[in-house]
Design a protein around this ligand. Structure first.
Ligand code: GLY
Ligand code: MN
Length: 465
């Protein structure tokens, strides 16, 4: 089991303790999740909050931090002889706990008593919103809250404290992320070399996932590998690539400590962009570069989003697909026909970091409210950037026939969109280009070596087989 230093986990818990004034903090780790019968399970993934505070990557453990009595305790059962026969020798929970600086360890059945005693003493029990049914049921049983009310009973105070802690990445986290970027690089450059006439989406996906596994971890989210890049999260792999298609690959890998990479590249199958593809590609690349240059501490990520959106609107206007005043078009949300998502999100232990807490609480705060405007509403991170944030920069341009038809029939933003010209692009597909950025003290830098992104270098990479 790979871990950060013991002091890293102790320091995180101490910071959390000083943030929370009182109460009992309850952290329920994940259990195994069966996919068709109890002993046949998905690969185990520990809960990210648990990993952040306690590091221990095994099922069926829980932790409490008692703020009022300044104690920390881990709960779990050691392997039985049967477990050892089937799964091999296992470290004891006490051995693992020592590695993360926890000295008090109890069998799992003592957790019920600890929580009940705390409640009897009048301590508030704080927990973050559970996202798995097993955890909902466990928290319900521990606290007496009805399962249907568990999520709504999560502690806003603990959520805020965890978001504050995890938003700013520590040097050891940045090192872990940065080291693992090489796996993301390999995944995407191999996908480019495989973008040849006759290749199938599913064989490319299989290679990407093999590279991720060989690099130490599973993929960080279901791989998107599609010649239909206009479908933003396309999880089908049924197509055969043909020269002239655009292959959009949005894929990432989890590091051994479960930190996520998340990159997107769009590649011309066969290695040559058509003029039309290159024109749209260059606008997306310009938007990606503008967003990276605009990202620095103190800037609202929503303004970075707007800078990218203006670049897209201006580029589409230059091609005759949009018209009118670019700033007005972006303010009105007309560009969202082509760019219906946000410029990016936080990245860390989760690919959309901390979204189990609540994506609006992660991405917005008292200074900035989430918009309900189509397109802008999908911006997951709008608040001011700080040094140590890790975010994605992922603009895109898509031609989504159903959306084009709907807006055209409603004459939506007819002052800004040249629908007659847009119709000629109905079969274009989509382009997205995504890098992972670290916000530094005076700007932003791309984590890891930049995966080929200039159109010429992408073409060269495809031809390098
Ligand atoms: N890479 C998938 C996403 O950001 O939604
Ligand atoms: Mn992303």
């Amino acid at each position: 089991m790979k871990l950060f230093s013991k002091e890293t986990y102790q320091h995180r818990r101490n910071r959390l303790k000083s943030d929370m004034e009182s109460g009992l903090l309850l952290f329920v780790g994940n259990t195994e999740a069966p996919f068709n019968y109890p002993d046949n399970t998905y690969s185990f993934r520990q809960d990210s909050t648990f990993l952040y505070l306690f590091g221990i990557d095994r099922p069926d453990i829980a932790g409490i931090i008692d703020i009022d009595n300044n104690t920390e305790m881990l709960f779990g059962n050691d392997a039985t002889m049967d477990d050892i026969i089937w799964m091999g020798p296992q470290p004891t929970l006490r051995e693992q706990a020592e590695m993360v600086g926890v000295t008090s360890v109890q069998p799992m059945d003592k957790l019920d008593i600890a929580v009940q005693q705390a409640m009897a003493r009048g301590q508030k029990v704080h927990f973050v919103p559970p996202y798995r049914a097993e955890t909902v049921i466990r928290i319900a049983a521990l606290t007496g809250i009805r399962p249907a009310e568990v999520a709504a009973s999560a502690s806003r105070r603990l959520i805020d404290a965890m978001i504050a802690l995890r938003s700013v990445k520590e040097p050891c986290e940045i090192d872990e992320l940065e080291q693992h970027m090489a796996v993301g690089y390999a995944m995407h450059t191999v996908a480019m070399t495989m973008a040849q006439d006759g290749a199938t989406e599913r064989e490319i996906r299989a290679r990407l996932e093999a590279i991720s596994l060989a690099g130490g971890g599973a993929v960080s989210f279901p791989t998107i590998c599609s010649i239909h890049g206009e479908t933003l999260h396309n999880h089908h792999y049924r197509n055969t690539l043909r020269t002239g298609d655009l292959l959009l690959v949005d894929a990432g890998s989890e590091s051994p400590l479960h930190y996520a990479t998340d990159h997107t590249r769009t590649t011309p199958v066969g290695g040559t962009f058509s003029t039309r593809q290159r024109e749209i590609y260059q606008i997306v690349l310009d938007a990606n570069n503008v967003a990276c240059q605009a990202s620095r501490p103190g800037v609202f990520y929503r303004d970075v989003h707007f800078a990218a959106a203006r670049t897209i609107a201006q580029g589409l206007k230059d091609l005759g697909l949009m018209k009118g005043d670019v700033d007005e078009a972006v303010r009105a949300g007309a560009h969202a026909l082509f760019f219906p998502h946000g410029i990016g999100h936080m990245l860390g232990l989760d690919v959309h970091d901390m979204e189990n807490y609540n994506d609006t609480l992660v991405g917005y705060d008292a200074e900035i409210e989430r918009s309900s405007q189509f397109g802008l509403a999908a911006l997951r991170l709008g608040r001011r950037l700080k040094p140590g944030f890790v975010v994605t920069d992922e603009p895109g341009i898509y031609f989504i026939p159903a959306l084009i038809d709907k807006w055209k029939s409603e004459k939506l933003f007819a002052d800004f969109i040249c629908y007659d010209k847009v119709d000629a692009y109905r079969d274009f597909g989509g382009i997205r280009l995504e890098d992972d950025l670290l916000i530094t003290h005076d700007g932003a830098r791309i984590l890891g070596s930049r995966i080929p992104i200039e159109p010429d270098e992408v073409e060269t990479t495809v031809r390098e087989i």
